[in-house]
Design a protein around this ligand. Structure first.
Ligand SMILES: [Zn+2]
Length: 364
């Protein structure tokens, strides 16, 4: 097995940041609330060149092109996306650690109506989305604001008719942390790019001063998944008639089927990198329960192509899928920690996933 090491990277916004969520259509552009791995990769590739490196270098190709290095999405303060199966009080939503009414996970529950878990409240529950810190059990929020601008008519010198537009941007002074998984023998090469902190610009509107960020090495956020994979499997499947396989996406993921069409959910064959034995057919191929959402991923290729990339369908971070075993089979629990990369474009941070995430039984 290839030895990889994790390097943390912190990106702090020095000015408003816009990472466009969709194609530039309409007069409102929304920003993503994380920094995609592809942006992290581009940032460091540019730094490599600025230090005198060349794209033909063997090191450059291994770091940025061959898929040996995975550049994870940078999330606010290194947090995780809250699984889409989470629900909280309709009126005082949030974690108990934040002095709110508490969170429940309905991934494994029956279809009965759920009420707030605060004894004095008992109001209905609602969706609960965003980011959380698994170590402290509290919510993380990305602060954003709306900027409205107008184009200037060069002849009249005043606001141009019909060209008002708005952009929702990430506020300055917020830190996003990415984890980069790099082969052990390339560790020193990557670290040398981060030997001193530097500023760079990412996203849209750099000419107006938007998108300036400070980049430096940081401690990679550790996922405190207590116990072994087997223990998580047992706690998840506690008092169930049959064991179930749960997979939770920690980042957006791209899956395609045998005809290379993008699909909206992984099947069991996509889970092989997490250690699931797909040769023995222990699990049914298709999931039987899911909480999932999708988004289209747009991109633009730089030189020499300078063309929009083919939009891809991605299943978003926080999506969860549940699989049943084949009839009469008692499936084996894989070795390892059950955390890894599945689907396509892992190099750009897509497809970070975990089996039997503790969130599902801790908040049950
Ligand atoms: Zn409540």
């Amino acid at each position: 097995m290839k030895l990889v090491t994790q390097i943390g990277l912190s990106i702090t916004t020095l000015s408003p940041l816009l990472l466009s969520k969709g194609p530039p259509a309409g007069n409102l552009i929304e920003t993503l609330d994380f920094i995609p791995g592809n942006t992290v990769r581009g940032l460091l590739a540019k730094k490599y060149m600025a230090k005198g490196g060349k794209p033909k270098d063997d090191i450059f190709r291994r770091l940025f092109l061959f898929g040996e290095t995975c550049f994870g999405f940078a999330s606010i303060n290194g947090s995780q996306t809250i699984p889409l199966s989470a629900r909280s009080c309709k009126y005082n939503s949030g974690f108990i650690e934040d002095d709110e009414h508490g969170v429940i996970d309905i991934f494994l529950s029956d279809k009965k109506e759920k009420r707030c878990i605060n004894k004095d409240c008992n109001y209905p529950v609602d969706y609960f989305q965003g980011f959380w810190n698994p170590t402290t059990g509290s919510k993380e929020t990305v602060r954003k604001h709306l900027i409205t601008r107008t184009a200037i008519d060069s002849i009249r010198g005043s606001a141009s008719y019909g060209q008002l537009y708005s952009q929702r941007v990430i506020d300055e002074s917020q830190t996003f942390v990415s984890v980069i998984e790099v082969p052990e023998d390339l560790k020193s090469n990557l670290k040398s790019l981060l030997s001193d902190h530097f500023t760079a610009y990412i996203g849209k509107g750099c000419s107006r001063g938007q998108g300036w960020v400070e980049v430096k090495e940081a401690e990679p956020p550790a996922f405190l998944f207590e116990g072994t994979l087997k223990e998580r499997f047992e706690r998840f499947n506690n008092d169930k008639g049959q064991p179930l396989l749960a997979v939770t996406l920690l980042s957006d993921a791209i899956f395609y089927d045998e005809y290379l069409r993008d699909c909206t959910a992984p099947d069991v064959s996509h889970l092989e990198p997490l250690g699931i034995n797909i040769k023995e057919n222990e699990w049914k191929l298709k999931h039987y329960r899911a909480f999932a959402s999708q988004r289209l991923v747009y991109g633009f290729d730089g030189k020499p192509l300078q063309l929009p990339r083919q939009p891809r369908l991605s299943v978003t971070a926080g999506s969860v899928f549940l699989f049943e075993p084949e009839n009469g089979i008692n499936p084996t629990v894989p070795d390892g920690n059950g955390i890894g990369w599945i689907g396509d474009n892992n190099m750009e941070g897509f497809g970070h996933a975990v089996l039997w995430h503790p969130f599902h039984y801790q908040y049950q």
